[in-house]
Write a protein that binds this ligand. Structure first.
Ligand SMILES: *[C@@H]1O[C@H](CO)[C@@H](O)[C@H](O)[C@H]1NC(C)=O
Ligand SMILES: *[C@@H]1O[C@H](CO)[C@@H](O)[C@H](O)[C@H]1NC(C)=O
Ligand SMILES: *[C@@H]1O[C@H](CO)[C@@H](O)[C@H](O)[C@H]1NC(C)=O
Ligand SMILES: *[C@@H]1O[C@H](CO)[C@@H](O)[C@H](O)[C@H]1NC(C)=O
Length: 432
């Protein structure tokens, strides 16, 4: 069923080499003698569907290779990772682990919410970006703080109020809703608070432009003042020292609070004005670009101007469809899966490729220039975020590259009929 769907979604020009040869007889392929053997015609589908059939016992077997498992094994993980247990034979060499489920991250539970993170220590390949999944109950605060990395966020559920003041004393206060973004440049102080309108508080994804970033290593208001002599604090504010009798003796980090009044009543008038480029962006209201097999929308520094080091593409891939073969010229990609079942093969040059599977709540990491695709291998929509450590979204489409190259050049490499090459789409299809 799954393969039928997949092929139904593919135009002739992208079907397998076998199908193309059978279907197109109108022009002759180059009669070159290959200097290397042809690639195998055998398909290497993901075994996701068969591993998840009722009563199925996943086994590491593909064709005549492999064998069954005699010893103990974590079957639920096999069912989620069929392309790790029985990889396509096109996988070769070694690419460091590129999958991290937030489920495996230590969770920091506090009164008012929780936070769990992934950084380079969890997934060593992810050197440029790190992520945090955080929950704040209604009224709860992620306390006033700052850090050395820039912070980008996508609201997953509920709503929050964000506050900030920049280096010129200009303030910013906004409410954000599911699918909206915020961004605080490195060193700019801010706070987050759960609202109580669309849900009890909020949950969000945070991404930082440094793979070493740790959410447990931020500059917190309370931690700082707990480490300054009291008379210095009193002198700083020119107040009596007794007024500081109840400041916390250690950090709060996340703590409960009252739901704030409506935004208009909560704003603090600022003689220095508001920040010129808003720290939040109503990405949920941006219109998606429909595509053959899904849709996409992008927020980068052309629309969300302050976000100069982290940008996003929100991608939907329909069942049977895939995000086409492509790469990003110089940008590391940190992806977060919101829905569905996906497979991705990362190609690292030098005959090195490895396939991974992703579910909702998982992170993928693809180093700059690595070729890849994201295939929907389930029965439901795949929705995910492609997040990059850069300012402008860029990708190179394999099909568009070949469509815009003299066809005899492409034919000399791939032995496809010229009319097939000439039918390749000169526009990016993105999701097919
Ligand atoms: C796909 O898997 C089979 C084993 O089932 C293998 O023999 C074949 O060579 C693989 N196909 C490709 C294109 O590598
Ligand atoms: C949130 O709203 C609900 C329903 O209006 C209410 O019962 C609850 O007390 C509110 N929570 C907070 C923390 O204010
Ligand atoms: C996907 O849909 C097909 C056809 O309806 C069904 O046979 C299969 O069991 C489904 N797979 C999963 C994992 O739900
Ligand atoms: C080529 O791609 C564009 C952009 O995605 C799409 O609108 C168009 O229908 C495609 N053309 C063909 C012939 O598939």
């Amino acid at each position: 069923m799954h393969r039928l769907l997949l092929f139904a979604a593919l135009p002739l020009a992208l079907a397998s080499p076998l199908d193309v040869r059978q279907a197109s007889t109108t022009s002759t392929a180059a009669a070159a003698t290959p200097t290397v053997p042809y690639a195998s015609d055998d398909p290497n589908d993901s075994f996701y569907e068969q591993f998840n059939e009722p009563g199925a016992i996943p086994e590491p077997q593909r064709g005549s290779t492999g064998g069954n498992i005699l010893g103990p094994d974590n079957r639920p993980l096999d069912m989620q990772n069929p392309d790790t247990l029985a990889p396509p034979s096109t996988d070769a060499g070694d690419i460091a682990n590129s999958k991290w489920p937030f489920t495996l991250s230590h969770n920091r539970l506090q009164t008012g919410g929780w936070a769990r993170q992934q950084n380079v220590h969890d997934m060593p390949i992810a050197t440029a970006l790190a992520g945090v999944n955080m929950r704040l109950e209604a009224g709860a605060y992620r306390e006033l703080h700052w850090h050395t990395a820039a912070e980008w966020s996508y609201v997953i559920a509920g709503s929050c109020r964000i506050s900030s003041v920049d280096q010129l004393g200009r303030n910013y206060l906004a409410d954000v809703y599911p699918g909206d973004l915020w961004y605080f440049p490195a060193g700019i102080p801010h706070s987050l608070q759960g609202l109580n309108d669309t849900a009890d508080g909020c949950e969000f994804l945070l991404v930082f432009d440094n793979g070493e970033f740790s959410e447990d290593d931020t500059f917190l208001l309370t931690d700082w003042l707990a480490h300054v002599p009291k008379e210095v604090i009193a002198k700083n504010f020119q107040l009596d020292i007794s007024l500081f009798d109840h400041i916390p003796g250690r950090e709060l980090y996340i703590f409960p609070g009252n739901v704030p009044p409506p935004l208009a009543q909560d704003t603090v008038s600022d003689p220095n004005g508001q920040v010129p480029e808003p720290f939040s962006f109503p990405f949920s209201q941006v219109t998606v670009t429909p595509l053959q097999g899904g849709s996409v929308k992008i927020a980068d520094s052309r629309t969300f101007q302050i976000a100069t080091t982290i940008i996003v593409a929100e991608v939907i891939v329909d069942p049977g469809a895939m995000r086409e073969l492509h790469w990003h010229p110089t940008m590391p990609e940190w992806s977060y899966f919101l829905e569905g079942e996906a497979r991705l093969t990362s190609f690292a040059a030098s005959a090195t490729a490895r396939t991974f599977n992703y579910q909702a709540g998982d992170i993928a990491y693809i180093p700059p220039a690595y070729g890849h695709y994201i295939e929907n291998i389930g029965n439901t929509t795949v929705k995910y975020l492609e997040i990059f450590n850069t300012d402008i979204y860029q990708d190179i489409s394999l099909t568009q590259w070949l469509a815009l190259t003299p066809p005899e050049v492409v034919q000399a490499h791939l032995q496809l009929p010229l009319d097939v090459i000439q039918s390749f789409n000169k526009s990016k299809v993105t999701v097919i």
